[in-house]
Design a protein around this ligand. Structure first.
Ligand code: SF4
Ligand code: MG
Length: 326
């Protein structure tokens, strides 16, 4: 069966003056129908840029310079507004870290959800309201008749994120992109929202592409994890494999930096160093400067993404012999 989302050898570059700086390179991955896939990495690794590409929302200074993607059998390479208008909201929708920035402060929240259905499904006012109220109930909001007429500022952060989720799901998209949706919330509310996303995946069959810097959050929601570093996919495997048998040294570092179960607060360990800036990425492995296993080969030659088993890919010279280039 063909995948819901299929990204094939995509490169995204920022244009600065007349120079192109690739910020994403050789990005290839699939998200199947109803699948939940996480993308993890530190800030600057390209995970948000990947999700913006899938939404056709790249910043003006950036463009897809190689490869492209297919969403539900529809090729989406040109990124023209017209191409995306039939897709966004309907086939794929997105929730962000800060719901306040996506909501209109001057319009009642229920009406904003109803407007989505009017725009994308072309339903009547009455039907739009019915769909909005129904979805508000499904995302766990109570007394929805009253809440329908409330304005965003009257809601708590957790309620607002539920409104955002209702807005994103009300037109039954096949894919939901969630970019750090719980990062701004406190721990209890965060757990509730993660539960809700998992429930929505099960009940509505919505596939989820979940972007986070936090592997601990991703493991709550996702079946599979893609690890990104400096604009490359460095590992892609089922979540259990990533947690128990990480292969890439960067993945191992992220895991080590994860606060252990039951312990909250700041991790004891952080990976030394930082992600190399765009203008300063050489020819070798981009992780070489921070990698405890780096050799001369790593400094000189970038490793390729290789398949070490049918559902596990890794980009590291340590595994080059045990794998097959993909
Ligand atoms: Fe480390 Fe070398 Fe693997 Fe890069 S290729 S992650 S530097 S061991
Ligand atoms: Mg981001």
């Amino acid at each position: 069966a063909s995948a819901l989302l299929e990204i094939e050898n995509m490169e995204v570059a920022f244009m600065l003056g007349n120079k192109a700086y690739p910020a994403l390179q050789q990005i290839s991955f699939k998200v199947g129908e109803k699948e939940t896939v996480g993308i993890v990495g530190e800030s600057g690794c390209g995970k948000s840029l990947t999700s913006l590409s899938v939404m056709g929302l790249l910043p003006e200074t950036a463009a897809i310079t190689k490869g492209g993607m297919t969403l539900d059998g529809k090729p989406l390479a040109s990124g023209s507004a017209q191409e995306w208008s039939g897709v966004r909201g309907k086939l794929v929708s997105m929730i962000f870290q800060n719901p306040m920035s996506a909501l209109n402060p001057l319009m009642p929240v229920g009406k904003q959800i109803a407007e989505m259905t009017r725009t994308h499904l072309g339903v009547s006012k009455q039907e739009g309201k019915r769909l909005a109220l129904d979805m508000m109930g499904r995302v766990g909001l109570s007394r929805v008749d009253r809440l329908y007429d409330d304005y965003p500022h009257q809601l708590s952060g957790g309620m607002m994120q539920r409104i955002m989720i209702a807005m994103a799901l009300v037109c039954s998209p096949k894919l939901l992109i969630a970019d750090e949706p719980t990062t701004a919330l406190d721990v209890t509310i965060q757990a509730q929202i993660l539960d809700l996303l998992r429930d929505m995946n099960r009940e509505l069959g919505t596939a989820i592409l979940f972007i986070s810097h936090d592997l601990g959050v991703i493991r709550e929601v996702c079946d599979r994890v893609i690890v990104m570093y400096a604009g490359y996919i460095v590992e892609d495997a089922p979540v259990g494999d990533i947690l128990e048998r990480p292969k890439h040294p960067y993945t191992a570092g992220l895991l080590q930096a994860l606060p252990s179960v039951g312990k909250r607060g700041r991790p004891l360990y952080t990976i030394p160093g930082r992600v190399p800036p765009l203008a300063d990425r050489g020819t070798g492995c981009p992780f070489a400067g921070r990698c405890p296993s780096a050799t001369d080969l790593c400094e000189a030659v970038a490793p390729e993404l290789t398949e070490t088993s049918p559902d596990h890919r890794v980009r590291c010279h340590l595994y080059a012999d045990g794998g097959r280039a993909v």
